[in-house]
Design a protein around this ligand. Sequence first.
Ligand SMILES: Nc1ncnc2c1ncn2[C@@H]1O[C@H](COP(=O)(O)OP(=O)(O)OP(=O)(O)O)[C@@H](O)[C@H]1O
Ligand SMILES: [Mg+2]
Length: 487
Amino acid sequence: MSHAPSPTVTLDHRFARDLPELAVAWQAEDTPAPALLALNDSLAVELGLDPDWLRSPAGIGLLTGTDVPDGATPVAQAYAGHQFGGYSPRLGDGRALLLGELTDSFGRIRDLHLKGSGRTPFSRGGDGLAAVGPMLREYVISEAMHALGIPTTRSLAVVATGRGVHRETVQPGAVLARVAGSHLRVGSFQYAAATGDVDLLRRLADHAIARHHPEAAEAEQPYDALFRAVVAAQASLVARWMLVGFIHGVMNTDNMTISGESIDYGPCAFMEAVDPATVYSSIDTGGRYSYANQPVAAEWNLARFAESLLPLLAETQDEGVAIATESLRTFRGHYAAVWSAGMRAKLGLAGAPDDATTSQLGTDLVALLQADRVDHTSFFRALGAAARGDAEPARGLFLDLEGFDAWTARWLALGPDATAMDRVNPVYIPRNHLVEEALTAATSGDLDPLGRLLSVVSQPYDVRPGLERYAEPAPDSFGDYRTFCGT
Ligand SMILES: Nc1ncnc2c1ncn2[C@@H]1O[C@H](COP(=O)(O)OP(=O)(O)OP(=O)(O)O)[C@@H](O)[C@H]1O
Ligand SMILES: [Mg+2]
């Protein structure tokens, strides 16, 4: 049933061309009975792809990598990585392929990438596959993050393959078609550095500068400027995760991008009751990637990035370390600036000065939310009503009413802007119990709950009648939430 690929699909291969040492030409595995489960029409249009064509057998062939345009050369990308602090010299795309790059309607270069497309030379012991549930999970959460305005990889489609995937039970298999500014990771630099080939490392850095941080090329020390730009991008990203209660769950260096986009929605979840120690991932037993530890983890990863850049920073290792140490110090300032500006906006005080009064207000609030384990998302949204004169919805979330009243009086005295608050405090995030409900239904063939959830989280700021259950935290009966990676 192979139709001619649409003549409009033109894939470039900049990554493979610039960095052949990091690209292994490879083919996707065949799909016995492909069925499209989700397609992101608006993203397709943004990429210059016709959604109707993507629904055709030839389009599905592109989305699974089984029918690629003439001359296209999909590659598995090499990367290394520190996983939970331990270094793995050779990870790479063990179940993924970069099909190539597209230029979108804004003129941006975007990777078209597949996850779950079969074994590659990087598969190690793995089967190269992915299951429907986890790929749809990545689709829902990445699109929710995008709607929240947080830099992220995007999801173009999920196609069920018709192949069974052996996990704890046999699951239906799927391929996710993912779109990203690039798939360059901190681990890509670690891999290049470990080869000892400084020319390769320099080409990788130049490629990253050209794609993501072009202003660095003009700097006196372009590679230090690249490092500083990545420090700023990741500090900002993690601050924005914190402001929506997002917990990535597996912040290994191979899951941190050079672009500053969130990547790899494996064991991630949104926190409900505010608690800095929150961990959802079943394998994160030490809490390394807990909610409150995320900025520390990002900074640690950036130190590993700096180590890999050392040969480009200076003639001697000592000089390089001095430069990198100085630049890494900027992380905390960037993080604090984005977090406090974001917190002021959440409190409707965007115009207020960034002074001790407003920063104390933010700190005191976090302490109150933590003490009463208040639902993060409901609280901030309810606070908009408090700014309009109705404090009851927010007040009702606390046990410490005196504490809440005292804090609210201080906050109201600063004149919060309720309308502005509603533009930054989402009503709808992908609630854990609703994500699970939608994935369970989809796995057994009912795509309706998934479709509804996607439409809700794609417009997170607009209250819509009838969607009350999407705005509420999980019932107690849902119990402690656990997520799994490598699925
Ligand atoms: N089923 C599998 N078969 C082969 N390799 C796998 C499998 N699952 C994970 N891997 C590999 O293990 C490493 C770590 O996996 P991790 O879960 O962080 O990434 P991923 O979810 O596969 O992909 P990405 O980071 O691109 O979103 C990667 O090298 C990945 O390719
Ligand atoms: Mg990963």
